[in-house]
Ligand binder design. Sequence first.
Ligand code: HEC
Length: 110
Amino acid sequence: MRKIALVGALAIAFASRAAAQAADGKALYDELCKKCHGALGTPPKTMQAKFEKIKKFDAEYMAKRTDDSVVKVLTKGKNEDMKSFKEKMKPDEMAAVAKYVHELAAKAKP
Ligand code: HEC
């Protein structure tokens, strides 16, 4: 009886770990990107004033960028403003965020 309970507990532990490992692009974006890029990919006015080059993630802007190129920016950083996130995110998390940014762009109104 105890053995069965233990196997059950282990199964639950593994299942919840697997769920936690599937990177959640939205959650990561909201945590790490939203403050500059805005909840829906349009930077708040304060950030537009602070960063001249920050752009809205709309379809046109993101059409020029692939998931891979976004992951590259997140890995290497682009400049002083858009820094590398390699200390904060794992590669699969970067890929999930890149996908999410493209989803935002697809939904953005022109
Ligand atoms: C401190 C503010 C700040 C944060 C936080 C931030 N960014 Fe940026 N990001 C910028 C600025 C500023 C630019 C424009 C850089 C430029 O073109 O000079 C930029 C540019 C970008 C670009 C376009 C790069 C290109 O291909 O030219 C992408 C994609 C991007 N950010 C994604 C993200 C993601 C995803 C996150 C969260 C993991 C994030 N950013 C967090 C400020 C920020």
